[in-house]
Design a protein around this ligand. Structure first.
Ligand code: BES
Ligand code: MN
Ligand code: ZN
Length: 498
């Protein structure tokens, strides 16, 4: 992880060097602070805009080098589009767009949190800063040299010019917790599997103790005693020990039922004996993105002292083929007592989650359980990379997730469940089998999970499409967007804090 930009907040003052970034709407109107700083430039911006056909369209930019009348090296104008209909996710995106215009060679940049309707409110300016932080992220721990023309990581000092710095700094604290959570998730996902194997992942999760999360690690011996043979079966072909990590944040009422988040943490998925083809297999270092999101989320909730009791539980394994690996045809007994016939050792995520879901459900009796998993290639066929698949036994939880998705920009699309699909995973030899045939692969995977959640309100997010090889956006240029941290933080903030 690179340091990223150094963020600060200060009262509006015209900078004397570096990059100055201002916002305008689709009528090329500026806010009061921007108008003041632009006064000595006369009609420069209007002429440049006309010449470049810049119309202030949302997210577009106009760049002026050495603008006459100002002391800065570069002036950037970013379009807000229709500036009357902006929500939190827009301010985050504009922060990202602004950061994207800071050259990697720049040492200083100032962004005016100002728009035609007036100075941005504290929360809006803090959202801008969140976008700056997310856009400034890059994973370059393993880059020891750079070719000419290759971008250096961002190290500029970025100052957000605001009306009331103390108020914005206060609003930033909550956003900073979320930003750090997203960065934690991205770092874990980008890290290669020779470095990040289950025990190392567990160690990194233990760092959450610093923000007040209690962290408990279950080793293989403990899992055997508990009867987690579905999870253990997946890991048995690996020389790395499997782990389950339970994280607890108690910021809510004493004794109140917790909310629970469960993550698939397959540190590497070769497919096992049902081995995957070579092409693209390197991406399977990211098959722990669900677990990474849970760690990032727990950080976010604890660091901003969320008024909620929350459990994060992750199943960490490596799915490898070797002489001790699990075979197709094997039958495993899960902690719940239900048996599963292994048809395809590459359908391993559901086996891991079966035991962790059951453990959390019976031990903590949570208000709800939400699991995140890079579970099926089929969800990418269905939804591409824009929406995660949502499967749930609870309409209210589904609606809240869908709303939080629209608000955060991390969107979910509800998929069906039902007895007809459930039948598809009945087995000749055991209570169920781990694959359901060619059709509806994401649905039959979810049906298997549902057999381990009892009556608890539950939602499963299949994030195979959204978590890895993320589309490039204004707020993410990295291989992984750390998808889900902002969505679930928003869900908790909107509905589960008192
Ligand atoms: N981890 C994969 C799913 C995946 C694929 C995630 C591509 C991200 C990108 C999962 O363990 C898997 O292999 N699923 C199989 C299931 C099949 C064997 C029933 C799949 O989707 O092909
Ligand atoms: Mn697999
Ligand atoms: Zn997998």
């Amino acid at each position: 992880m690179a340091e990223g930009p150094k963020l600060g907040f200060a009262a509006f003052t015209p900078p004397s060097k570096g990059v100055l970034i201002l916002f305008c709407d689709e009528k090329l109107q500026f806010g009061p602070a921007a108008r003041r700083v632009l006064t000595p430039t006369g009609d420069l911006v209007a002429r440049a805009a006309a010449s470049e056909k810049f119309t202030g369209k949302s997210g577009s930019a106009l760049e002026l080098v050495l603008p006459a009348g100002l002391d800065v090296a570069r002036l950037v104008i970013i379009g807000l589009g229709k500036a009357s209909e902006l929500t939190a996710k827009d301010f985050i995106r504009f922060g990202g767009a602004a950061m994207g215009r800071v050259p990697s060679t720049a040492t200083d940049a100032v962004i005016f949190a100002d728009m035609p309707s007036g100075m941005m409110k504290a929360g809006q300016a803090a959202d801008l800063a969140l976008g700056v932080r997310l856009r400034g992220y890059s994973f370059d721990r393993y880059k020891t040299k750079r070719k000419e023309g290759e971008d250096k990581p961002q190290t500029a000092t970025v100052t957000i010019g605001v009306y009331d710095p103390p108020a914005v700094k206060k609003a930033w604290l909550g956003r900073q917790a979320v930003a750090d959570g997203v960065v934690i998730a991205r770092d874990l996902i980008n890290e290669p599997a020779n470095v990040l194997y289950p025990q190392e992942f567990a160690r990194r999760a233990e760092a959450l103790k610093k923000v007040g999360v209690s962290v408990e690690v279950l080793d293989e011996k403990t899992m055997k005693k508990l009867g987690m043979h579905a999870l253990l079966g997946v890991g048995q072909g690996s020389v790395r020990d499997s782990q389950v990590v339970i994280m607890r944040w108690n910021g809510g009422k004493k004794g109140a039922d917790p909310v629970a988040f469960i993550g698939k943490g397959v540190c590497f998925d070769t497919g096992g004996i049902s081995i995957k083809p070579a092409a693209g297999m390197e991406d399977m270092k990211g098959d722990m993105a669900g677990a990474a999101c849970v760690v990032g989320l727990m950080h976010a909730l604890a660091a901003r002292k969320a008024k909620v009791n929350a459990i994060g539980a992750i199943g960490l394994v490596e799915n490898m083929p070797d002489g001790n690996a699990q075979r197709p045809g094997d039958i495993v007994t899960t902690m719940s007592g239900q048996t599963i016939e292994i048809i395809n050792t590459d359908a391993e995520g559901r086996l891991v989650l079966a035991d962790v879901l059951h453990y959390v459900e019976t031990k903590y009796k949570p208000k709800f359980m939400i699991d995140l998993a890079t579970l099926t290639g089929a969800i990418m066929v269905a939804l591409g990379q824009e929406y995660a698949g949502l499967f749930s036994n609870d309409d209210k939880l589904s609606e809240r997730l869908a709303k939080a998705g629209e608000a955060s920009g991390e969107r979910v699309w509800r998929m069906p469940l039902g007895p007809e699909y459930d039948k598809m995973i009945d087995s000749k030899f055991a209570d169920m089998k781990n694959t359901g045939g060619r059709w509806g692969g994401s649905i039959t995977a979810a049906q298997l999970l549902q057999r381990f959640v009892g009556k608890t309100p539950w939602a499963h997010l299949d994030i195979a499409g959204t978590a890895l090889g993320s589309p490039q956006t204004d707020i993410n240029k990295s291989w992984s967007a750390g998808w889900g941290v902002r969505l679930l933080e928003r869900l908790v903030a909107d509905h589960y804090e008192k």
